[in-house]
Design a protein around this ligand. Structure first.
Ligand SMILES: [Zn+2]
Length: 104
């Protein structure tokens, strides 16, 4: 099964996520919540592809236990670092663009 390649600058991080779509995967945007963060994540390539189980369904999933997810995978820290490196931005630039770095 072929998927249209989606812009993603996140590193691969098995077993938690892939930086490419795979069969049955769901996309998660690294920064969501406040208006605009989701679209900015997509625009900047700060997206990951994971299983429905790890995305929303399991007890240990991004949307059900985001604190534990973040403590375990450091997804948002990685996304911030990758953003700064890829776009040659400072931490201040990052926080300016993504005012709310947490979920909800
Ligand atoms: Zn999500």
């Amino acid at each position: 099964m072929k998927y249209k390649e989606e812009f993603c600058i996140m590193p691969d991080n098995p077993p938690y996520w892939s930086n490419k779509r795979f069969y049955g995967s769901e996309r998660h945007e690294a920064f969501e919540g406040r208006t605009g963060n989701r679209n900015k994540s997509i625009e900047d390539g700060l997206v990951i592809f994971t299983t429905p189980q790890l995305h929303t369904q399991g007890r240990f999933s991004i949307h059900k236990s985001h604190k534990k997810w973040e403590e375990t995978t450091h997804m948002q820290e990685i996304a911030k670092k990758v953003y700064m490196e890829y776009y040659n931005k400072t931490e201040e630039d990052f926080y300016e663009r993504y005012r709310n770095r947490f979920f909800n």
